[in-house]
Design a binder for this molecule. Sequence first.
Ligand SMILES: *Cc1c(COP(=O)(O)O)cnc(C)c1O
Length: 389
Amino acid sequence: MPGFELFGEEERQAINEIFDHGGGVVFAHGFDAMRNGSYKVREFEREFAARLGAKYAQAVSSGTAALKVGLLSLGVGPGDEVITQAFTFVATVEAIRETGAVPVIVDVNDTLNMDPAAFRAAITPRTKVVLPVHMMGECAEMDEIMAIAKEHNILVMEDAAQALGASYFGRNAGTMAAVGAYSTDAGKSLNTGEGGLVVTNDEQRYVLARGLHDHGHEYSKTKGRGEEGAICFGFNYRMTEMQGAVGVAQLKKLDTIVARQRENKAKLMKRLQALPVKFRRSADPNGDLGDTIVFFLPDRAKTDKFVAAMRAKGLGTKNLPDAIGWHFAKHWKHVMQGNPRYEGKCDTAWEKTADLLECSVAIPVMVKMDDARIEHVAETLLQVGREVL
Ligand SMILES: *Cc1c(COP(=O)(O)O)cnc(C)c1O
């Protein structure tokens, strides 16, 4: 998770630089005479794309905006269906709805990511895009998903909001499909307060995403911003220079963040092998971002007891179960209004996902856990296990 854990002097300095050297220009475009060549959002985009080995990154105002702009850049609109998964943050489905397309929501499997078989079963002639989400730092089974998509001529987009820094058999999360969407909100790998990026290797999609996020602007090399024409219908999802500057500073810390999380997770996992539970299956254990440990308990009653005992000993969980309402489609009646497929049916639409998520416990792995803290967390969980299981 942990951009917010390593947040301080470098980020403060990055903001100061906008004033010290960049003429105090906090808008990403124009003001050329004032800004001394200081373009922080553009710098963040370039470095973000380079770090991921992708050709283009378009910064936007949030991860939710990145999802919407990404979907629109793939041509998604009314009449289309977009397949995603029942375990995700609500933003994924909001973004699909915002494009006018119909969200089709399928079960996850024991990876807690999209079940490829459920994706296949949900395909119709109207399916335009499949949008797997790499939840809690682990990639979905992309080889299977991409193969099925190819067979049916379906475009693939990745929601990599929770997986910046993770990989799948050597490929970076968010760069495997036609388009990837990332978030840099305060809970993600990098923290710019609010922010998101759309990443692609396709120049035309990038140009379209750039226009879509900024009123259709063509981004001319010769005309001033005011004289530019529009290449498409757009909106305002722009990132500010303050976010861009902080993003550049945060990005320098990404390798450290990933390395420390993986190290801390490995230490914890070694101790937790003694816990009599089944752990979440990893599609590629070597690519895990390392920010979460998830295990399944035998039933809901035991899960409630386990979490209550954890809380009594001062240990919290990460989203499962404490924020399950924001991460499981079963709870999104407000999003499904007017959607005949799910309106009034959320409670029973994803039984398989419910059986998994409602028996899941997720433990946060932090960058700044020292060995004493790791030992304390592990020992407490083992104690709870002895009491409850
Ligand atoms: C955080 C998140 C988003 C949305 O990102 P924001 O920057 O908060 O808008 C989208 N999808 C997933 C899976 C997320 O975790």
